[in-house]
Structure formats: structure tokens, C-alpha cells
Design a protein around this ligand. Structure first.
Ligand SMILES: [Zn+2]
Length: 346
């Protein structure tokens, strides 16, 4: 189905009152939104897909402030665990990774609408010179590639990937990232450095890239604490939990927690699984989280939360740049889940 047709359908469903009806139907369940970056402008391209514009974000925040009862995630977790009733239309806001733009662009908008939020920090990158998580660095390197093709070794076989068009680069990035996901953090880092050398990614970093990719510092993280913002862990190195040994998993969860508690002088008991799909974590990780004193964990599985939801598998709606306002409503009302299945069959 074409994008234009989809957009028309989303608008029509809003006009018909479908979203308002579904929001009412789910009013007793909590919505948790997931954002990554918020930036001024920027092209609507593949590498900016997880960074909504400040304008879009402000429109969405003005809407949730008006339409929902926005509570802090720790308060939502407390109520869910205590089986306390939730106010109708409860919603919590979260941000993954720990980008500086959360401090410089998102926080002032949250403050304007007096909205609480939780930011999950990938602690190895806080205060680091590196731009972006390893997944984003790979994306970014391929975008900046100065060679028309690159040969990479995947599972012992040499594979040539063309890099001529934007689409080629997206495909190459998907192939390389899928391969790197299975490596240990150290092996992965070496492979990324080799890749950078091979493709001659030397384009200078401009201001906008920095606004998109840079991580916050501990000082900036501390500055958020008196602005209704809580900070949780998103592992130390953004490793996917299900790829780790027990010792590595323990390290990721405890190191990030210790750093956050020491740097911010407070408790860190909220966690966010990198990637967040059901195959990215296991009962072992939930058990480890409990043992380390975490009280809840959020996933990227779409859905609502109520007293039947496992607090270590909370559902969230992922809000990305390509979501126009009607699409945003389709997502947070739960309509999108059903529409996705319909679109697949058209
Ligand atoms: Zn992440």
C-alpha cells in the first residue's frame, strides 16, 4: 500500500473517531511511549529514523499533556506492582540510549508542559567522545563511505556489498549489523574499526550529525534530576542480552547500575533491554535483574500495560520520525497493531 494511501487511511480513521474510541477502550491500561533522539530539523532519512523533530515532539507532548494523565515511570511501576488502580488514560514517557539531544532539545519541551520522563543510559557512552551506539556508528560509517563497495567477512565467507546508492548503504548496514550483533563487544569494536578503514569514511562530522549522535555527559545527566526526570540503565555497552554469557550479562547489568548510582547519587532500579524484542532477552536476564535489585524493565514490544503485565516485560509504543500526527494517534491508541496485520495482507 502506498504511503499516500496509508496517510489518507490514518486521517480517515481519526475523522471516524476510531482512535478516540480505542483510547477510551484502553483507558484503564497504561501507555508507555519510547523515544530515542529529538533534534532540530534534519533530513527524513534512514539514519535519522529514530530522531523525531523538535516540532513533532512538541506537538505530541502538548497532546499527551492535554489528553493523558502523564505519570513518572517509577510511579507507574509502583502502582502496577502494588496492584493499585491507575488513573484513566495513564501514560509514561521514556527515552532510550542517553543522547545529548534529550538534555538540550527534549528536556526544555518536557519542562514547558511539566511532564515527567525516564531516560535509559548506555553508561559506557556517557562522557565518551564516540558518536553513537555501535549500531548507529555502522549506519553512519556506511553513509559516509567514500568507496563504491566493500568486502566483508561474514561467517568465514567474503561478501562484497555495493555502496553506490542510499538503498545499497541501508542494505549493507543491515547485513553488517546483523553479523556484528552476534560478536562479543571487543570483537565488534575491532570489526567496526576495520570497516571504517576499509571504506574510507573520513567525511567531517557536521553540527547536525553531532546533535543527532552525541551522548550526554554525567554532568548533563545530573542536571536533569531536578527536572522530573529519572535515569535508568540500558546496559553498559548496548549489548543484546540474549547474545551474552551469564558473566557478561551480569557485568552489563551491574556495571551500568553501579555507575548510575555513583554518578547520580541515587537508586537505579529501572532497566531497558537493548533492541527489546522477545528474542533479545530471556528468563535468565529477568532473574538477574531481580537479584540485582531492579524493580522493572521495559521492552520494545508494542502494547498496553495493566496489572497482568509482567513488570520485567513492560510494553511500549516506539515513536519514530516517520510517524505523522495521525500515525502517532494510531500507534498510541493501539489501532496500528491491527492495521499492520491488514497492510501485510494487502
Ligand atoms: Zn538502545
Amino acid at each position: 500500500m502506498s504511503l499516500l494511501l496509508k496517510k489518507t487511511l490514518y486521517r480517515l480513521l481519526r475523522w471516524l473517531g476510531v482512535y478516540a474510541f480505542l483510547q477510551w477502550r484502553h483507558r484503564k491500561q497504561a501507555v508507555i511511549l519510547c523515544y530515542h533522539g529529538v533534534m532540530h530539523g534534519g533530513e527524513n532519512n534512514y539514519s535519522n529514523r529514530n530522531a523525531v523533530t523538535a516540532e513533532t515532539f512538541e506537538r505530541q507532548m502538548a497532546y499527551v499533556a492535554r489528553r493523558y494523565h502523564v505519570i513518572a515511570l517509577p510511579e507507574l511501576v509502583r502502582r502496577l506492582a502494588a496492584k493499585e488502580a491507575l488513573p484513566d488514560y495513564t501514560l509514561s514517557l521514556t527515552f532510550d540510549d542517553g543522547f545529548r539531544n534529550n538534555v538540550t532539545v527534549a528536556a526544555p519541551i518536557l519542562e514547558k508542559y511539566k511532564l515527567p520522563a525516564t531516560i535509559f543510559l548506555t553508561t559506557a557512552f556517557i562522557d565518551s567522545e564516540k558518536l553513537g551506539l555501535w549500531t548507529e556508528r555502522v549506519d553512519w560509517l556506511l553513509q559516509c563511505a567514500e568507496k563504491p563497495a566493500v568486502t566483508v567477512e561474514i561467517d568465514g565467507n567474503a561478501r562484497e556489498l555495493t555502496l553506490s546508492t542510499a538503498r545499497d548503504r541501508i542494505i549493507a548496514s543491515d547485513v553488517i549489523r546483523a553479523h556484528l550483533k552476534a560478536l562479543s563487544p571487543k570483537e565488534r569494536e575491532t570489526s567496526i574499526m576495520e570497516l571504517a578503514e576499509k571504506i574510507g569514511a573520513t567525511r567531517r562530522i557536521d553540527r547536525q550529525l553531532e546533535e543527532r549522535y552525541a551522548f550526554m555527559s554525567w554532568k548533563e545527566a545530573r542536571s536533569l534530576l531536578n527536572k522530573r526526570i529519572t535515569l535508568g540503565s540500558h546496559t553498559h555497552t548496548h549489548s543484546i542480552m540474549s547474545t551474552l554469557s551469564l558473566a557478561e550479562a551480569h557485568f552489563e547489568l551491574s556495571m551500568s547500575q553501579k555507575l548510575i548510582e555513583a554518578e547520580l547519587d541515587g537508586k537505579c532500579d529501572l532497566f531497558c533491554y537493548p533492541n527489546g524484542s522477545p528474542r533479545d532477552y530471556s528468563p535468565r536476564d529477568k532473574e538477574l535483574l531481580r537479584k540485582l535489585g531492579y524493580s522493572a524493565a521495559v521492552t520494545l514490544i508494542s502494547g498496553f500495560n495493566d496489572h497482568h503485565t509482567d513488570c520485567f516485560e513492560l510494553r511500549r509504543f516506539n515513536i519514530v520520525r516517520s510517524n505523522d500526527f495521525n500515525f502517532f494517534l494510531a500507534k498510541i491508541s493501539g489501532a496500528w497493531g491491527g492495521l499492520k496485520k491488514v497492510f501485510k495482507n494487502i
